[in-house]
Design a protein around this ligand. Structure first.
Ligand SMILES: Cc1cc2nc3c(=O)[nH]c(=O)nc-3n(C[C@H](O)[C@H](O)[C@H](O)COP(=O)(O)OP(=O)(O)OC[C@H]3O[C@@H](n4cnc5c(N)ncnc54)[C@H](O)[C@@H]3O)c2cc1C
Length: 309
């Protein structure tokens, strides 16, 4: 793995840095590039503006690995309020969340219950809920929670990571039933025993899995396919594969992160593709932000520039 990427991913987990870095104003200024603000209201406003330009949005409140179940219950309550706010403002906005925010480390059955409560409440209002995929130690339990939730709510989706060797098999198993899958490359530091260490192998696997997904869609229209990537080459190849398979632009979607590859987002919209923008908000942005920097270590220069401004 690229040493700068490793260092940034290490920093994302370091407790001292987690406490101190968010206080540095030049870092806070850098974060603004990737999130409209820390409050839900900031996300709602950004969603409205994006919707006017033809994008739909996905909200995620930053925070992972909470310390007790009361905090998890508060996260559940927060997302129920988010559903109300989305509905009230008539936004085309979905929700994406981490199971560790709902207490997965403390009581998996409670986290499942909380997820189902949110997904059901949101689903009744036509608002899909996505389950993020965290590091590889959580994959089995995350898949189990997704399967359990899908038995009661069919608007729940799951994220799968192309850097993991196991994902091809997971994907094939999930596609035996109507599924909602968001394919991403993967953002965590993983050992070579579980994940492709070289970027080009991750990219090749992403394309291989994309083909499986598109073929599955051709065979069963009820699947929902999302490609969560900013990789222009992969996006182009995905569109070519879809055209070869005689799929429509409405048969699959691209989701990207707020503030990243915005020209590409607009270009795809102009070509009639469906594009969702994932908006993050909340004050627990440090580990998430470090993962964004790790995806493109050149971003660190952007942050350092703020030291001088
Ligand atoms: C909607 C969505 C949901 C996600 N959910 C998860 C999840 O649940 N679990 C998980 O592990 N990961 C998740 N990710 C992150 C994902 O795994 C990747 O780390 C991230 O998307 C970068 O990979 P890429 O596919 O854009 O390709 P890359 O090859 O990393 O990037 C392609 C190009 O995109 C641009 N780019 C990418 N990232 C950045 C950045 N941070 N800053 C500036 N430019 C950038 C650059 O131009 C780069 O050359 C999600 C990503 C998206 C878009």
């Amino acid at each position: 793995m690229n040493p700068a990427r490793s260092a940034l991913l290490w920093a994302s987990r370091n407790e001292w840095l987690k406490t101190h870095v968010p206080r540095w104003s030049f870092v806070r200024r850098g974060v603004k590039r990737f999130m409209p603000g820390e409050q839900l209201e900031d996300a709602l406003q950004a969603a409205k503006q994006l919707q006017e330009k033809g994008f739909f949005t996905i909200f995620t409140r930053l925070g992972e690995n909470i310390t007790n179940l009361e905090e998890a219950a508060a996260v559940r309550d927060h997302y129920l309020q988010v559903v109300d706010a989305i509905q009230e403002k008539q936004l085309r906005t979905e929700i994406s969340l981490k199971l560790t925010q709902l207490g997965l480390d403390h009581a998996p059955e409670k986290a499942t219950e909380f997820l189902i409560t949110i997904a059901r409440y949101a689903g009744e209002r036509d608002i899909p809920v996505w389950i993020d995929m965290e590091d590889s130690s959580y994959v089995d339990v995350t898949l189990a929670v997704y399967r359990q939730a899908r038995q009661v709510v069919n608007t729940v989706g799951i994220c799968l990571q192309a850097y993991l060797y196991r994902t091809e098999q997971d994907l094939r198993e999930l596609l035996t039933k109507p599924a909602a899958i968001r394919l991403v490359k993967g953002a965590y530091q993983e050992p070579p025993s579980v994940a492709f260490p070289r970027k080009r192998d991750v990219d090749a696997n992403y394309l291989k899995l994309t083909r499986h997904l598109l073929e599955a869609k051709q065979a069963d229209a009820s699947h929902r396919l999302v490609f969560g990537t900013h990789d222009a080459n992969i996006i182009r190849r995905t569109m070519e594969m879809a055209t070869d398979l005689k799929l429509e632009t409405t048969d699959y979607e691209f989701h990207m992160l707020y503030g990243i590859a915005t020209d590409l987002q607009h270009h795809l919209r102009q070509r009639g593709q469906q594009v969702g923008v994932l908006i993050s908000y909340g004050d627990a942005w440090y580990p998430w932000y470090m993962r964004r920097l790790a995806e493109r270590p050149a971003n660190v220069w952007f942050v350092l520039k703020h030291l001088l401004t």
